[in-house]
Ligand binder design. Structure first.
Ligand code: GLN
Length: 454
């Protein structure tokens, strides 16, 4: 049914870069047989999924939305891919994304524009706009995203779906093509909090192949979602981050946020205001740390190892082939970030830029720690505005970066966060998201509060 839905509607939306119809049907049949034999490998066996095209898959190309990886079929599955297969979850295909996960609207994909199912003239968020659009248009009941600065939560917010960035280190990055390794984290997306929790339980857990993977038990997020569904938040303290609201936020977004606070209070939570003074510097720090890591990580695309190779005709040196390949293989945003990162890391500038940004990162983590000594979770709008028009910000990278104002501090500190649908804006009738943030390794709190609010 989901493959039929994709065939029916994806021409208009552009959510998928690759559809794995035959492979998905084989996996679905295997899941059916296991269920019939009373041996379902997980509660999600047979429930299909859309996978962001940044996770390696042995049976489908992995492009990361980049021309430099066009047609590349990886020799191994990512840890997340392995876990999905082991749980009997058929993979419907690979979803569109901003090139190497750099962007906020999916317009930086080298292949196609993805449209927001709520209004096809609007962006579906980014970088994981393909996964969010697939969910919101019922092409897939579950999806996987990655969140380096908001790429799971922000597309969830603008498509009225649920997206979770788990605590850093709790979902393996093995086989997740790196954008910025200290910030990247895979996570679950669904249309309800409980669906998302079931998927979270499948993909989270220790993996020795990822050196930053945390060897700690995964909290029982499914039980937390079920408990939350009882809508009793008595005894839960919720902090409203002073710095994430006010100027620069659309009136409809703020109205929805205040209505959400009233709902949370009504369900028994105690809502207080908490200041996180260094959050105002998160954008500046993020856009130094991320490009610095990008400039190092993307050095592996040297025209020898993967994908595209241009100028390999015997008349060019290896270095010229690399330069020619990168010239056409990388898009403008990727080049911009490689250059910013290389500059920020160069000798003489390292302390002034990269070193300074790392200090700000520590201050932001301390803000979170201080806040979580007073409250159980923090909340804010997920985005300052609803989805904007396709094309509106493509020539203005700074305006594009500002769309992630509320989501960036979470990645810098490594804590977990969720975006849960919070109604439609009175300004334009487009979806708004509520962001919930919890301390590291307490992702169950996201599900309890998210399910109680939903
Ligand atoms: N939009 C942010 C960026 O462009 C976040 C991207 C992400 O989370 N992958 O870097």
């Amino acid at each position: 049914a989901h493959l039929d839905r994709i065939a029916e509607i994806d021409d208009q939306l552009g959510a998928f870069l690759h559809v794995s119809g035959a492979e998905a049907l084989v996996a679905a049949k295997a899941a059916d047989d296991a269920i019939a034999a009373g041996e379902a490998p997980s509660p999600l066996a047979g429930v299909p999924i859309a996978l962001k095209d940044v996770f390696t898959t042995v049976d489908a190309p992995t492009t990361c939305g980049s021309k430099i990886l066009e047609g590349w079929v990886p020799p191994y599955d990512a840890a997340v891919t392995e876990r999905l297969r082991a749980a009997g979850i058929p993979i419907l295909g690979k979803t569109n994304m901003d090139e190497f996960a750099m962007g906020s609207s999916t317009e930086n994909s080298a292949y196609q524009v993805t449209r927001n199912p709520w209004d096809t003239t609007k962006i579906p968020g980014g970088s994981g706009g393909g996964s969010a659009a697939a969910l919101a248009s019922y092409q897939a009941p579950l999806a996987i995203g990655t969140d380096t600065g908001g790429s799971i939560r922000q597309p969830a917010a603008v498509t009225a779906t649920v997206g979770v960035k788990p605590t850093y280190g709790t979902v393996s990055r093995y086989g997740l093509v790196a954008c910025a390794s200290s910030l990247d984290q895979g996570g679950p997306c669904g249309r309800t909090v409980e669906d998302t929790a079931l998927l979270h339980a499948v993909i989270a857990g220790h993996d020795h192949r990822d050196s930053t993977s945390i060897d700690a038990p995964v909290p029982d997020v499914v039980a937390a979602a079920k408990f939350g569904a009882e809508q009793d938040l008595s005894g839960v303290r919720i902090g409203v981050v002073t710095e994430l609201g006010g100027e620069g936020y659309q009136a409809g977004v703020l109205d929805s946020f205040h209505a959400a606070l009233a709902v949370l209070t009504d369900r028994g939570a105690e809502v207080v205001e908490v200041s996180c003074p260094h959050f105002t510097y998160a954008l500046g720090a993020y856009y130094l740390i991320l490009p610095s890591e990008v400039s190092s990580n993307l050095a592996r695309f040297d025209a020898m190892r993967y994908g595209l190779r241009v100028g390999d005709d015997g008349t060019h040196s290896a270095e010229e082939v690399m330069a020619l390949t990168r010239e056409v293989g990388f898009g403008p945003e990727v080049k911009r970030r490689i250059m910013i990162g290389t500059y920020a890391l160069s000798s003489g500038y390292y302390d002034a830029y990269y070193g300074q940004a790392q200090k700000v990162r520590t201050l932001i983590a301390r803000d979170f720690a201080a806040a979580f000594s007073q409250v159980d979770v923090l909340v804010s709008p997920t985005t300052p505005t609803t989805a904007f028009a396709i094309g509106e910000k493509v020539d203005d990278p700074l305006a594009m970066y500002l769309f992630d104002l509320c989501t960036l501090p979470v990645n810098l500190a490594g804590v977990g966060a969720m975006s849960v649908p919070s109604g439609l804006s009175a300004d334009d009738g487009m979806p708004v998201g509520l962001q919930i943030m919890a301390p590291a390794l307490a992702d169950d709190r996201l599900y309890r509060v998210g399910a109680a609010y939903e």
